[in-house]
Design a protein around this ligand. Structure first.
Ligand SMILES: [Cu+2]
Length: 440
């Protein structure tokens, strides 16, 4: 399978290299057209979130942008570093770093767009101690043969290695291909590390393994049909979760599939529903098939001078082996008043089994509804050249059922984090874009 993927990637690459030099500019959106009046070719780059997932067109454009040899390059990233403290019997503390950096190259040829992406994460080096960073009630993936609990696993060094190909067939129709030795299948909303609504919050969502955990899959093929306002995709992928060695490639057969329907009815709204079947996601329980259903709505609204208000509502449902169904609900919002002062929050409710939470004997077989309310404030300074630095604070309360009180030492264990954040500065579009339109 590894060789098949590489071959397909190699086929897509030379096609693009032969393409006519025709650098497209991203800067011609002076008067953004309503989504329903766009042609497939005019779908803005800001709609791309992670993998092939969509977000609203009305999203800020951030990063360094330049052109060379007929290609458009873009470099952007989001990094957090700080001190994480989680309270109670199962809490811990750590100094950690999380995030990602990404290099994209795109070129346009006739009515096709070809893209190559490389995304890397520092987390194997900065969030790996004890198998992940402290986060109360978090579950998913393994460390030293045990399920991880009350910790968030680091993301793999190689978060994405992908080629994309979009071909417009007419004004109203096109198709898309996504070939990724490492990448994100068409399942779930844009993953939380790439959501604008989560962009000030350094910590993971508790429903990650119900909603968007497949965003790093070692082997993904996705094909889709696109209209200016909707997309229907199907993926064939390796659904096994990455192992605890976060610096290698966990290639395996492509045993899973998913389908997703996305819609962007206006510039400010993006929605999706998706279903995936993953026959063997967990290396500790390889015979437990997983069915996942997700639905989400994102609303992004530009605010004042350089601000925005971004909100996501996400539902995820797992039906797994003999454990039956469990649901996750999330509402998160990022209110950036002016590019400098940002308030954010997240509310979650997730049904987790005693197995997942690694609870003692009698509780092991039961399912518990756990919740989290997190609030935070980020103050940005800058931008400084291509970067936007800031400092932030986040506090969370986590109400849990009575049965978990003795394990966690409280009915409402709490956690917090203080951190530095470094993101790409917003791009400015003063009339013309093209080579070096990033910023002064
Ligand atoms: Cu993740």
């Amino acid at each position: 399978m590894r060789s098949t993927l590489l071959m397909v990637s190699l086929l897509v690459l030379p096609m693009s290299a032969r393409a006519q030099a025709n650098p497209h500019s991203h800067g011609q959106e002076q008067q953004p057209a309503p989504s329903e009046q766009l042609s497939v070719e005019e779908i803005p780059m800001t709609r791309t979130a992670s993998g092939t997932a969509w977000q609203p067109d009305a999203s800020p454009h951030a990063g360094l942008h330049w052109g060379a040899a007929g290609w458009d390059f873009m470099f952007h990233g989001l990094l957090f570093g700080g001190y994480d403290w989680q309270g109670g019997e199962r809490g811990d503390d750590a100094v950690l770093g999380v995030g990602w950096v990404m290099l994209m190259a795109e070129r346009k040829a006739n009515q096709a767009h070809v893209g190559v992406r490389v995304m890397l994460s520092p987390e194997p080096f900065t969030a790996q101690r004890h198998g992940g960073y402290p986060l109360l009630l978090q579950t998913g993936e393994t460390y030293r043969g045990e399920p991880l609990r009350d910790r968030q696993h680091p993301h793999d060094l190689f978060m994405e290695l992908a080629t994309t190909y979009t071909q417009a067939l007419s004004k109203d129709w096109g198709f898309q291909l996504y070939v990724a030795p490492v990448g994100e299948p068409a399942l779930g909303p844009a993953a939380f590390p790439h959501r604008l609504s989560a962009s000030s919050d350094p910590l993971a969502v508790l429903g990650h393994h119900w909603e968007d955990s497949t965003h790093i899959s070692f082997g993904v093929l996705t094909a889709g049909v696109v209209t200016p306002t909707a997309k229907l995709e199907a993926s064939w992928f390796n659904g096994r979760e990455p192992d605890e060695n976060r610096k290698d490639f966990d290639f395996r057969k492509l045993d899973s599939y998913s389908v997703r329907l996305s819609a962007n009815p206006t510039r400010e709204v993006s929605m999706q529903v998706s279903y995936g079947f993953i026959p063997s996601h967990d290396e500790l329980h390889p015979d437990e098939p997983l069915h996942r259903l997700t639905a989400s709505v994102m609303v992004h609204r530009p605010l004042g001078s350089g601000g925005h208000w971004a909100t996501s509502a996400v539902f995820g449902r797992n039906v797994e082996g003999e454990h039956g169904a469990s649901n996750a609900y999330l509402l998160e919002s990022n209110l950036d008043l002016d590019g400098l002062n940002v308030f954010f929050g997240r509310i979650e409710y997730v049904q987790k089994t005693g197995h997942e939470l690694v609870l003692p004997e009698p509780l092991e077989e039961e399912t518990f509804g756990v919740a989290s309310l997190a609030l935070g404030y980020l103050r940005n300074f800058g931008p400084l050249g291509p970067m936007l630095p800031g400092v932030g604070v986040r506090a969370a309360v986590n109400p849990i059922p009575e049965d978990l009180e003795s394990t966690y030492g409280s009915r409402i264990p709490v956690g917090g984090m203080i951190y530095l954040r470094l993101s790409s500065a917003p791009m400015r579009h003063e009339g013309h874009a093209g080579h070096g339109d990033s910023h002064p």
